[in-house]
Design a protein around this ligand. Structure first.
Ligand code: ADP
Ligand code: GLC
Length: 505
């Protein structure tokens, strides 16, 4: 089976968050299962530099007013995964972020940029670019690729099956209705039963409505977004999809996130001997000017600094936390007001609180390894990956009982500690009081080293590899396309090539 996986980001080519982690790992896991998945994403300058064996695969005929586009074929770094990059100087060759300019302002032509991603996906899917690849199924991710299922339903000839995955219902790609003509969408579809959403065109709604199947990234979030409280206005659209909508939990790339072979750690460690974690903690404390003390609990927060992630509530709890004698390390970026508030906290609690505003991938790894406890609260969380990385690194997560957080962390209670299922701390309400209560419980258990060690080992023993989730996607691909997937016929094995990357770094 051949599958085109369309996405706006894929680590390490381009990343702003968890979508990149999933897009960089799920296709590889699927290839290990025998599915010939290929990636499609924009040729942002850094992605272009990082892709291997790049060559021109096709000239893309003018469409949507874009007439400078070329399709580049290459290989994912250190892995046997074919990648197609859309090179358009007009749309993608610019400094700044993937979605925003250097000042943090959304690119005004984002509707066109991502409609073009969908358009090129359609051309590949319909076999019109002369490639040696004709997908049986297209897997479109998030609003950026939301128009792809819609464009394919407009095709007269036979078309591949389509799956749309929403990684976050809060990001909808809504734009003014006057974009309609420029995006090549028939005016008739601009209706409540189509892609109209409160007087706007919604790319997310297009994906949810027109894909053959729709998924999201955890079973609990799949239930939550069928309700007005979590559906971001789209709960009705999803409810109409009935059985065609489901939740499949994300996994993690266990090669990239492995405390036993993580090239940025001063001392690797594994379940059988976690003594290296103390070295990682001391190194983190030293790097950030914190008192080097193995007994002081270190809390970490590696996150977008936004309302979703309860960064405001974390800020409220921070003064109390430092009064308790705890240390706190933050690496994040996001809402400018929250960034400023965290910076102010750094000044106020110097020596106990370290704050790095910015995006730093190696630091995220060092933080996961060097902290004792990861704060991963959220008002809503489709899946969440940081709590999964924390588990793997023996760093106990504090999470709110919502979305994928609820599906992946088992609260430490007397019962779960006794039956050895506990892996972290779970609270219910997005309030300082509930977060404080969970922090208190974490701090008390931290003072009981034998229990703490057992919880760490239980956390590290959890299997959140992609294997089981990729098998569920393969089954869904099979159901949607009507084609069998011959599980167990690997197309690629990253574990082999991965060794090269680790050796090189
Ligand atoms: P989301 O995608 O909603 O932001 P996830 O938990 O799914 O949340 O994924 C976040 C990803 O981004 C993780 O890989 C995390 O380590 C990474 N990340 C978040 N903020 C930063 C940062 N400031 N520096 C480095 N990595 C970060
Ligand atoms: C989104 C969600 C996050 C999820 C990630 C990958 O960014 O906010 O919860 O883990 O996508 O699916």
């Amino acid at each position: 089976m051949q599958v085109l996986f369309a996405t706006a980001e894929a680590y390490p080519l381009a990343k702003t968050g968890g979508l990149a982690d999933v897009s960089g790992a799920l296709p590889l896991a699927l290839r290990r299962l025998g599915v010939d998945v290929r990636l499609l994403l924009p040729a942002y300058p850094r992605a272009y530099l990082r892709v291997e064996n790049a060559r021109i695969a096709a000239k893309i005929p003018p469409a949507l007013g874009v007439n400078d586009a070329t399709l580049i074929a290459g290989k994912f770094p250190d892995a046997d995964l074919p990648v197609y990059l859309i090179d358009s100087p007009q749309l993608f060759r610019r400094n700044g972020g993937l979605y925003q300019d250097e000042a943090g302002k959304e690119w005004p032509d984002n509707p066109l940029r991502f409609a073009f991603l969908a358009h090129v996906g359609r051309e590949i899917a319909m076999g019109r670019l002369g490639l040696d690849f004709k997908p049986d199924l297209v897997h479109a991710n998030d609003w950026h690729a939301g128009l792809l299922p819609l464009y394919l339903t407009l095709e007269r000839g036979e078309r591949p099956a389509t799956i749309f995955t929403t990684h976050n219902m809060a990001f909808q790609g809504n734009c003014p209705a006057d974009w309609l003509g420029r995006l090549d969408i028939p005016p008739a579809l601009y209706s409540t039963g189509g892609i109209e959403f409160y007087g706007h065109i919604s790319f997310l709604k297009a994906g949810l409505r027109y894909a053959d199947r729709v998924t999201t990234v955890s079973p609990t979030y799949a239930r939550e977004i069928l309700t007005p409280a979590f559906g971001c206005g789209m709960d009705g659209v999803l409810t109409e999809r009935g059985e065609d909508f489901s939740g499949i939990l994300n996994g993690i790339d266990e090669n990239l996130w492995n405390p036993g072979a993580d090239p940025v750690l001063p001392r690797p460690y594994r379940e059988t001997d976690i003594s290296g974690k103390r070295v990682c903690k001391a190194a983190l404390q030293a790097e950030f000017g914190l008192n080097i003390d193995p007994e002081t609990p270190v809390f970490g927060f590696v996150s977008r600094l936004t309302h979703q992630k309860m960064a405001d509530v974390v800020l409220e709890v921070l003064p109390w936390l430092t009064e308790q004698g705890a240390q706190f390390v933050v690496v994040g970026e996001g809402d400018p007001a929250m960034e400023a508030a965290f910076e102010a906290a750094r000044e106020r609690f110097a020596g106990n609180v370290a704050v790095i505003i910015g995006y730093d991938e190696p630091l995220a790894h060092k933080l996961q390894a060097g902290c004792d406890i990861l704060m991963a609260p959220a008002r809503f969380e489709p899946c969440g990956l940081t709590q999964l990385y924390a588990l793997r690194y023996g760093t106990l997560p504090i999470v709110r009982r919502t979305g994928g957080l609820a599906d992946t962390v088992v609260d430490a209670t007397a019962t779960s500690i006794a039956d050895r299922s506990a892996t972290g701390f779970v609270f219910d309400e997005p309030t300082p009081a509930d977060l404080t209560e969970a922090v208190n419980r974490a701090q008390s258990l931290y003072r009981e080293p034998l229990i703490w060690r057992r919880l760490q080992l239980q956390a590290m023993a959890q299997d959140y590899s992609w294997t089981s989730s990729a098998t569920q996607y393969a089954a869904l691909y099979s159901a949607a396309s009507g084609l069998p997937v011959d599980l167990g016929q690997p197309v690629a094995d990253r574990s082999v090539v991965q060794t090269t990357r680790q050796a090189a770094s």
